[in-house]
Design a protein around this ligand. Structure first.
Ligand code: FES
Ligand SMILES: [Fe+2]
Length: 443
């Protein structure tokens, strides 16, 4: 892409992009300008580590999931050799997508256009009328392309379209071990993202979703009202101390690289006992608690059980681990975003415990849930409001004067502080500065 992008009469240089993110404020064009979205596709989604899927979604040889990295269609496939690959879903003949099904199991991907056929490792195994190419076609070199770099952390598969750049481990940094808070909610350290997913699309920018501890009392007022009416019921039993009050032990955390967390650890562990009592009401609950203490020891087990596998973590730019779900954010246009929420099943626990967790997920995050539809609605209202360019700055300075740095170098604020928003936009600005873009191979 040229250094200058011109669309709708606007051109952006490194300096003019940097100027869109100010001290505690962001210009709304960051969310509304299609030219910025084009640059994001190139400089973020074609460069950074992007979450693709969880290994448990392709547990058997031949299992595949159709995903995307920005605009690049990809397939996460477990090959006949048991390796999980991220293959580019593009026929090496004349470019058609070879797979059009969201997920499934197959020995071969046969292109719909002229029938070239690839196996589950991506190797080209058959070409219709091959003799027509004479000696020109080396089938060994014409397999489905692979994402230049792939990496995995505890089953979470990431890929990058950039041929070089920092390692996945460096990219995740201090946020990596936070993923453990979900995986280790299982006494065997196994999660399965195989229970299907609910998807939603909202007419708003992809950067609006997640990691906001300031909004719940307003957007989710009806949920709080229900909890206050019946504090002993369900998860309400663990929320006698409102986690979204700034007086609570909850915090916002910015890990760098745009990764951020609403940190409920100190709050939840303070409510371990009522939460354990709640678990015991479900068949297998007492055994679950015992298995967790055996696997991880007292203090860690209490923390993991209190959190219930909910790290409330955002890994920039497209992965969020919230509640009992793996959430993928897929930007479709600057004002259109798809959110996929896949509920997680824990290994080593009773079906009843997993069913209870799934019901909790549905009750807040499901299509008819009490939470997510309200979130999608508010994002659409934000997007409509931001079309105004009179006083176009979005304010994200809340808590700037009280944020601190913890011993691990993370920035910490109170739960309602806009620490995650500032962290995300700081990294956004870094990536969007052309001089930092890693080289991509055009081969
Ligand atoms: S485009 Fe795939 S076989 Fe022709
Ligand atoms: Fe919300």
């Amino acid at each position: 892409m040229n250094e200058q992008v011109i669309q709708w009469g606007r051109s952006y240089t490194d300096a003019s992009i940097a100027a869109l993110v100010g001290d505690g404020r962001v210009h709304s064009r960051v969310y509304t300008d299609p030219a910025i979205f084009e640059l994001e596709m190139e400089r973020i989604f074609s460069s950074a580590w992007i979450y693709v899927g969880h290994e448990s979604e392709v547990s058997k040889a031949g299992d595949y999931q159709m995903r995307s990295i920005g605009r690049t269609p990809v397939l996460m496939v477990r090959g006949i050799d048991q390796s999980v690959r991220v293959l580019i879903n593009r026929c090496r003949h004349r470019g058609a997508q070879v797979c059009e099904t969201e997920s499934g199991n197959t020995k071969f991907f046969q292109c719909w256009y002229h029938g070239w056929t690839y196996d589950s490792t991506g190797a080209l195994v058959s070409v219709t009328g091959k003799e027509g190419y004479g000696d020109r076609l080396n089938m060994k070199e014409m397999g489905l392309s692979q994402a230049p770099r792939t990496g995995s952390y505890r089953g979470f598969v990431f890929a990058s379209l950039a041929t070089d750049g920092e390692s996945l481990e460096t990219f995740l940094g201090n946020a990596g071990p936070i993923i453990d808070l979900l995986v280790d909610a299982s006494p065997t350290g196994e999660i399965y993202a195989d229970g299907g997913a609910n998807k939603t699309e909202y007419l708003g920018n992809w950067k609006l979703v997640g990691m906001d501890g300031y909004h719940p009392h307003f957007v989710h007022a009806s949920v709080f009202a229900a909890m206050h009416r019946n504090p002993e019921a369900g998860i309400g039993a663990t929320h006698r101390e409102d986690p979204f009050e700034d007086t609570a032990r909850t915090r916002t955390l910015d890990f760098g690289h745009g990764h951020a967390m609403l940190d409920f650890r100190k709050h939840r562990i303070n409510h371990y006992e009522p939460h354990a009592q709640f678990l015991k009401k479900t068949k297998g609950g007492a055994e679950y608690i015992e298995a967790m203490h055996k696997a991880y020891g007292g203090e860690r087990a209490r923390l993991l059980l209190s959190l219930g596998g909910d790290p409330h973590l955002g890994i920039f730019p497209n992965l969020q681990l919230i509640g009992n779900q793996i959430r993928i954010i897929t930007p479709l246009a600057c004002g259109l975003t798809q959110v996929t929420m896949t509920a997680v099943r824990l290994g080593g626990v009773s079906d009843e415990i997993n069913a209870m967790r799934l019901r909790q997920h549905e009750s807040f995050y499901g299509p008819a849930g009490s939470g997510s539809p309200d979130d999608a609605e508010i994002f659409e209202r934000v997007q409509r409001g931001m079309a105004a360019e009179v006083n176009p700055w979005v304010e994200i300075s809340r808590g700037m004067d009280r944020e601190q740095t913890d011993a691990d170098g993370n920035t910490v604020g109170l739960i309602s502080d806009e620490v995650p928003q500032r962290g995300m936009m700081r990294y956004w600005s870094e990536l969007m500065t052309a001089s930092r873009v890693p080289q991509r191979s055009l081969a």
